[in-house]
Each structure stands twice: as C-alpha cells, then as structure tokens.
Design a protein. Structure first.
Lengths: 98, 149
C-alpha cells in the first residue's frame, strides 16, 4: 500500500513574516532575506564546512546589500529627473535627499 | 474562535487527485494569499476563501489578498514539491494572525475560492504604514510549503 503525505506541521511557524513600521525594508534587510533563499546551511553540516558556508553567505549578503543600495540610488536619479521634467523641482529635490 | 495551527485542506488533497490544481509557473492556475485576524477559525475542513475576518484593505493589500507567484513543481529524491515567491504588501497597516492560500482559477473544474492551505503565524504580526512580507520556506524536499512525500 502506498501512503503519501501532504500534511503540514500543525504548530510550527511555516513562513517567515517580516514587517516594518513607518518605513520600507532597507537594502541590508532585503539582502539578508535574499541570502537565505540562495544559501541554505544545515546545522548538522561538518563544522568546518558550516563555518566556511556561513562566512561565504555573510560576504554575499554584503555584496547584495551594496548593489541594492546602488539600485535605490539609481532609481532615485530616474525619479528625480522624471519629477524635474514634469515641473516639480522641489519634490525632485526632496526625493534626492532621502 | 482563533487560529489553531497549519492545515493542508482536505478538499485540496481530493482536488489534487482530481487534477483541479495546476501549480505550473506562468501557465498554471492563479493562487492567492489572503490575511486574517485571529477571529478567523480555519481547519483542515475549510474549503473556500471567505471575506469574514479578513484584514481590512490597507496600502497594497485589498480584499482577496495578493497573487502568489508559483514556482513550477519539481522533485528531489522521492519527494515532489512546489514553492511560491515571497509576497509583500507595501505601505500597509495590517495586523494578521494567519493566512489562507487559495486557487482562483476555474479552468480545471474548481471554483474561484478553493482553498489549498491554512497558515498560522502563531502570533499576531503587525506592520504600521510599512511593509508586510510573507516569506516562504526554502524550496526543497524537507522544507517547501507544499510537498508530496
């Protein structure tokens, strides 16, 4: 007889819920979440391999955060120019200073 | 009445055997995730999305919740599994205790509200004029949100 299972663990938190108050996520917060998707490190892995993997994931996290910050700045440049072209220089300057 | 744990809905298990759900990315069915307060009371017997006790519309959250981006099912060893991309509601003031995943596509004989799973956040989660993000577990044979082992 074949017995497959699709049931979910009853009491466990299955999804991570991340929330912010009066702001959006920072590049650093998003980079941390991004790395969790890219690199999964087992607690049961050999200590040497595990430590190396954790160090690697920290390096990747910093790299992703850096490029996310650049993406934010670059997008603000685009928004700044769009607002300036639309005749809203003060609003554009506000965005640039964020 | 309150959330009492996670459940893969029994009706969903039956409908999988009736080929009523297609998780294939892009060409498959459209699945949504709706958020609920702790006044909601869902179990494995829950069969349909409901607006009762759903959190109020705020920011990018509106009634019915958000559309999930499905990742085409795959296998590892003898386990088949599928995943969803993380879902974020922006500029939202929300307090939610759990969620329903449901299928809105009628293509294979199902309705527009057929439930897939009940998710219990184990505590109220709150965003205030900010982002509310649901991050799904690693898509592998041990952790993916929907698995057939």
């Amino acid at each position: 007889m074949f017995m497959g299972s699709m049931d979910l663990p009853r009491e466990k938190l299955l999804v991570d819920i991340n929330t912010t108050n009066n702001r959006g996520f920072t590049p650093e917060e998003l980079a941390e979440q991004c790395v969790k998707k890219i690199i999964s490190i087992s607690d049961n892995a050999h200590p040497g391999v595990r430590d190396q993997a954790r160090a690697f994931s920290k390096d990747i996290e910093k790299l992703i955060a850096h490029y996310m910050q650049q993406a934010v700045q670059s997008d603000r440049t685009s928004v700044y120019n769009a607002l300036t072209d639309a005749g809203h220089p003060q609003l554009a300057e506000l965005i640039r200073r964020l | 009445m309150a959330f009492s744990g996670n459940f893969m809905c029994t009706s969903f298990k039956q409908e999988v055997l009736q080929a009523k759900h297609d998780f294939t990315a892009s060409t498959g069915d459209t699945f949504k995730l709706a958020l609920y307060t702790n006044s909601a009371s869902f179990t494995a017997a829950t069969t349909a999305y409901t607006t009762s006790n759903e959190v109020s519309a705020s920011g990018s959250y509106s009634a019915g919740g958000g559309t999930l981006t499905s990742v085409t099912p795959t296998t590892s060893g003898t386990t088949a599994f599928c995943d969803f991309a993380d879902l974020t509601f922006t500029s939202a003031t929300i307090t939610a205790r759990g969620a329903l995943i449901y299928n809105t596509t009628t293509g294979s004989g199902s309705g527009t509200t057929n439930t897939v799973a009940v998710l219990d956040f184990t505590a109220d989660k709150t965003s205030t004029a900010g982002d509310f993000q649901i991050s799904f577990p690693t898509a592998d044979a041990s952790n993916a949100i929907i698995r057939i082992a």
